[in-house]
Design a protein around this ligand. Structure first.
Ligand SMILES: *[C@@H]1O[C@H](CO)[C@@H](O)[C@H](O)[C@H]1NC(C)=O
Ligand SMILES: *[C@@H]1O[C@H](CO)[C@@H](O)[C@H](O)[C@H]1NC(C)=O
Ligand SMILES: *[C@@H]1O[C@H](CO)[C@@H](O)[C@H](O)[C@H]1NC(C)=O
Ligand SMILES: *[C@@H]1O[C@H](CO)[C@@H](O)[C@H](O)[C@H]1NC(C)=O
Ligand SMILES: *[C@@H]1O[C@H](CO)[C@@H](O)[C@H](O)[C@H]1NC(C)=O
Ligand SMILES: *[C@@H]1O[C@H](CO)[C@@H](O)[C@H](O)[C@H]1NC(C)=O
Length: 379
């Protein structure tokens, strides 16, 4: 019991004393290697999907990277440029977009002027064909043309206010990209199971919502996360929607306008983020654990039987709640969930346990009776 309390105590320590949460993010490069940025303070290349169970991971931490200390840090793949664009990777420079050239393995920092755009509160997609970001922020639609940049341009880029979206300004955007269209889910007034659509090439909000029925019902109207499945060539044709309660994974196909209902993530975490490649949907939970659901665009019965698995190779090099090696400016983003406690305590690797227990001085010196009481209440 006491052992199982320790991770919670460490969590509370970081939460209450520094209130700094590192924000890692995951993405793929165009060879479909899984990249994890800012995980335990480093960046990693976990290689292709068939190596995640037992392969090796390369440390790709390089100079010029953002500190991954922002809020809502998000990674986007520009497939034509084979570059990863990172928004909110550096809290001291929230409007900048950091660019990782996946071929050159180098970083640069793009200056972006915001105008009326609020980099602290937005949701965005990166259009496949035009390499333009479309973002919804406080009810306003913005775009940002990234050219075909794989390294920062010396001239600033600019967020451009396109128009007011036909949604109330308190709509918390749930948006996804497929087939040069932006799909908005959970729009107030739109029936459950239907999406509103913005047609990128015509700058046009389609007035009619589009239904995406499942075989036995509809997608719930609720907030959640999305990730578009890439193809080797051409635009995305399907995207995943994961409701905040992680009760299921829905894959919406925008060619057939139908939805497959697949297994929900094993780790139920409303703070998790997602990235899809060709044949997998990857979850990064808020403790830094990376898991995936295999997906085959041509095989619905395989998808229905698919289960979530951990990316073991990443967990080996960057275990969750590895607080010893991480500086106080970027502790792992951790939360007091059953999962984080279970992960930290059930590991057979005694090094992991030591990593968690190590700050005995911290525990002895800083954990007050009040915090212990608080930690106990969480059980
Ligand atoms: C590594 O994992 C793959 C996929 O699960 C499996 O096919 C392979 O046999 C494993 N190799 C080793 C050396 O364990
Ligand atoms: C950004 O993060 C804050 C704090 O975690 C959260 O309240 C907010 O909803 C997030 N914004 C978006 C657009 O996800
Ligand atoms: C980069 O900068 C050059 C010169 O300042 C400019 O002509 C070009 O359009 C810029 N490219 C992008 C993608 O913004
Ligand atoms: C799917 O939805 C789009 C957008 O509403 C529509 O244009 C298209 O005709 C629909 N396709 C099918 C097969 O129903
Ligand atoms: C799905 O089918 C298409 C068309 O036959 C093929 O090009 C693609 O490689 C297939 N994808 C997978 C993951 O098997
Ligand atoms: C924690 O992570 C660092 C690098 O990020 C690594 O060097 C160290 O071995 C890890 N500690 C444990 C106990 O795994």
């Amino acid at each position: 019991m006491f052992i199982s309390l320790l991770p919670t105590i460490v969590t509370l320590y970081f939460f209450s004393s520094t209130a700094v949460h590192a924000s890692p993010c995951v993405a793929f490069d165009v060879q479909w290697n899984l990249l994890a940025f800012g995980l335990d303070g480093k960046d990693w290349n976990a290689g292709p999907q068939n190596t995640w169970a037992n392969g090796t991971v390369a440390d790709i931490t390089a100079s010029g990277r953002p500190p991954f200390d922002g809020t809502n840090t998000t990674c986007f793949l520009s497939q034509y440029a084979n570059a990863i664009y990172v928004t909110n990777g550096d809290k001291s420079s929230p409007s900048s977009i950091h660019i990782y050239d996946a071929a050159a393995k180098s970083w640069s920092k793009q200056t972006v002027t915001t105008g009326s755009f609020d980099p602290g509160s937005f949701n965005a997609i990166l259009d496949h064909d035009t390499n333009v970001f479309y973002a919804l922020s406080h009810g306003e639609l913005f775009h940002l043309d990234m050219g075909l940049l794989k390294a920062a341009n010396s001239s600033a880029l600019q967020w451009v206010d396109v128009e007011k979206a036909p949604y109330s300004s308190d709509y918390e955007p749930v948006m996804a990209l497929a087939q040069n269209h932006v799909f908005f889910l959970n729009v107030p007034g739109v029936p459950a199971g239907s999406a509103d659509i913005y047609v990128i090439h015509y700058n046009y909000f389609q007035p009619e919502a589009q239904a995406f029925p499942t075989s036995n019902g509809v997608i719930p109207a609720t907030h959640g996360q999305t990730a578009s499945f890439f193809q080797n060539q051409g635009v995305q044709e399907a995207f995943a929607f994961i409701p905040d309660d992680c009760s299921a994974t829905y894959v919406l196909n925008v060619e057939t306008n139908t939805t497959q209902s697949l297994a929900g993530p094993s780790t139920k975490d409303a703070g998790a983020t997602y990235f899809a490649g060709l044949t997998s949907l990857v979850q990064l939970d808020s403790t830094g654990v990376v898991s995936y659901l295999p997906f085959n665009p041509n095989d619905t019965s395989a998808n229905a039987a698919a289960t979530w698995n951990k990316v073991v190779s990443l967990a080996n090099v960057a275990p969750p709640t590895n607080t010893t090696s991480t500086s106080t400016t970027s502790p792992p983003k951790v939360s007091v969930t059953g999962t984080s406690r279970a992960k930290a305590t059930s590991s057979g690797n005694s090094n992991n346990a030591i990593a968690v227990v190590a700050p005995t001085g911290i525990i002895g010196g800083l954990v007050s009776a009040a915090m212990l009481a608080c930690a106990a209440m969480l059980f």
